[in-house]
Ligand binder design. Structure first.
Ligand code: UDP
Length: 237
């Protein structure tokens, strides 16, 4: 068993602790919610528990598909041991249906389906509001190597293929999602989280939103939507 040591960092949705093992960290998921680069703040009661458990569940599924992730061990409802990675400062977004910023940028209506999944890169910078970049920017400015981007791109597409099928099986359209990667002993592995905070989930039949857009857009029923996603997956709440 790893022992929890000092807090290293407190982010918008998680606290991160050092452990007795220099290769491992403990993350502690909070109920705090932010949107629009921190401009909108609130609480989603029970979110920390849901995101921790859902993300761990999906990461373990992905491991079985041959995707290395940072997941090590779930300690409690909110706390998980993860591999200590150096985060690649790029947010990777995969899109199966037009929504959110893609709709704004292109003028295409939300709900339109592109002819193939679309991969996007954003530079992780709160100061700049996470600007969209391309592969050349990432390599030219030293945020990732060409080799790392190949692994990141291929992994993102594989994760998308798996998750689209998985969620279709529980009556949910995976509209888009954001993932992050980290460097661990020379490899690039899947890190951060996969949850209703970082994915867009629409009910396949009714197209009802079951994700953080309910918070971003003041739609109400946020906690119910997160809880419904847990039930769909078969994780009791
Ligand atoms: N996303 C995220 N963190 C971010 C930005 C986006 O998890 O900082 C997720 C978001 O939940 C959605 C997808 O990435 O599932 C695409 O988001 P989009 O670019 O449309 O941005 P938004 O409209 O949410 O600002």
């Amino acid at each position: 068993m790893v022992e929890q040591k000092e807090q290293l960092y407190e982010g918008k949705a998680k606290k991160v602790y050092a452990t007795s093992d220099p290769d491992l960290l403990i993350v502690d998921y909070k109920d705090d919610a932010t949107a629009f680069n921190g401009l909108k703040k609130g609480t989603i009661v029970g979110k920390g528990v849901i995101n921790n458990r859902m993300s761990n569940y999906l990461m373990q599924k992905l491991e079985k598909e041959g995707v290395e992730t940072h997941f090590v061990e779930e300690l409690s409802e909110r706390r998980t041991v993860v591999k200590r990675v150096e985060i690649v400062p790029i947010e990777v977004i995969m899109r199966n249906v037009v929504a959110g910023s893609l709709s704004k940028r292109t003028g295409l209506p939300e709900g339109e389906k592109p002819s193939m999944p679309v991969l996007e890169y954003y530079y992780k910078s709160d100061e700049l509001g996470d600007p969209m970049i391309n592969a050349d920017h990432a390599v030219a400015f030293g945020w990732a190597t060409d080799e790392e981007l190949k692994v990141i791109g291929a992994t993102a597409r594989k994760v998308n293929e798996y998750l689209v099928k998985f969620f279709a099986g529980v009556g949910v359209d995976l509209i888009d999602f954001k993932i992050e990667f980290g460097r661990y002993h020379g490899r690039v592995i899947l890190a951060d989280e996969i949850s209703p905070d970082t994915c867009r989930f629409w009910d396949s039949k009714t197209k009802e939103k079951l994700d953080k857009d309910r918070f971003r857009r003041d739609m109400g029923g946020v906690e119910d939507a997160y809880g419904e996603m847990m039930r769909r997956i078969g994780l009791s709440k």
